[in-house]
Design a protein around this ligand. Structure first.
Ligand code: SF4
Ligand code: SF4
Length: 313
């Protein structure tokens, strides 16, 4: 372990990266290390890309800025590979740990040639489904991390989790997490060829084209009219919010009765229709965030919209 290990987590809101960062920090603190754990949110909503950070050190930590050159990048959702440059600033001898069913060499194919960092994968989602009955890849991914670096053991994580979360979660949830951590610590797939050649390059840009994710200005936008100026917080048009999507609505034109319930309820005006025929024509995937409301409100006898998992290619 270097003197100080810097970790950056990438996930979508609701996947537990911030909690994972805290769990890792708690366990490291209890193991006698000096720690930091802090998040960085973009838009605070489920599905939006977020980051969390850890610093873990044998010595007191005197740096308080965000982590820009991590030793380790952990990605809880592989669809983010096409949304965010997760490898930005990752050290050449760094580690990329990804929650995915794919092998490191399959992931390598998605990444520009020439990176030097090592890639590890673990099916943390599958493990969490098995032990927790739902998609919560955060704690199993910490278990996977313990098998890659020697700064902390799966046993340390489990002991800390038991101490800090017994009484917070039900007995079943605590035990499910402990089993998930243990299993994931033995289920990591390593990159076959540990090092490629060349430098550490960016990942492909978002598949929907253009800028797939951006921060809004800290102070919002100032909009000036002839008489007034006011602050606008931003709206859906400011984002390629489609890149946040974990699930995609699929429309069956044959079944659709063009009742427009989905149009009325969609919070992002992402249902398209033809002005002349006044019929629905599909989804605007550039701005659809995949909340699933349109599928929920489509009449049960029609069910013209189904939600499917968004997968990266
Ligand atoms: S899933 Fe449906 S309701 Fe939700 S943003 Fe997309 S189109 Fe709109
Ligand atoms: S709610 Fe269903 S039936 Fe109605 S317009 Fe939307 S997709 Fe078509």
């Amino acid at each position: 372990m270097p003197e100080m290990m810097e970790i950056r987590w990438h996930a979508r809101g609701g996947q537990g990266a911030v909690t994972a960062s805290k769990v890792l920090a708690d366990a490291s603190l209890e193991a006698g290390k000096h720690v930091q754990s802090f998040p960085e949110y973009g838009s605070e909503r489920m599905g939006a890309p977020i980051k969390a950070f850890n610093r873990i050190s044998e010595e007191p930590i005197t740096i308080y800025s965000t982590v820009t050159n991590p030793d380790i990048v952990i990605v809880l959702d592989e669809t983010l590979l096409e949304v965010v440059d997760v490898a930005e600033g990752l050290k050449d001898d760094g580690i990329l740990l990804l929650n995915t069913e794919h092998t490191p060499s399959e992931i390598r194919d998605k990444i520009v040639e020439g990176h030097k960092y090592r890639i590890f994968t673990v099916d943390a989602t599958g493990i969490s489904r098995k032990h927790l009955g739902r998609r919560m890849p955060n704690t199993p991914t910490i278990g996977a991390l313990t098998s890659i670096v020697d700064m902390i053991s799966a046993g340390d994580i489990c002991d800390s989790f038991k101490t800090n979360y017994t009484g917070v979660f039900t007995k079943e949830v605590v035990e499910g997490n402990l089993k998930a951590i243990e299993e994931a610590s033995k289920a990591v797939t390593k990159t076959e060829n540990a090092k490629g050649s060349g430098g550490c390059g960016p990942l492909p840009k978002g598949k929907y084209g253009g800028e797939s994710y951006k921060e809004l200005p800290w102070a919002g936008y100032i909009v000036a009219t002839e008489k007034h100026a006011y602050l606008r917080a931003g709206n859906a048009e400011d984002y390629n919010a489609g890149s946040w999507r974990a699930n995609r609505p699929v429309w069956d034109e044959e079944k659709c009765t063009h009742c427009f319930r989905c149009f009325i309820f969609c919070p992002d005006a992402a249902i398209m229709f033809d002005l002349e025929t006044e019929k629905m024509t599909g989804h605007d995937y550039m701005h659809c965030k995949g909340c699933g409301i349109c599928a929920e409100v489509c009449p049960p006898k029609v069910r013209a919209i189904t939600m499917v998992k968004e997968t990266s290619k």
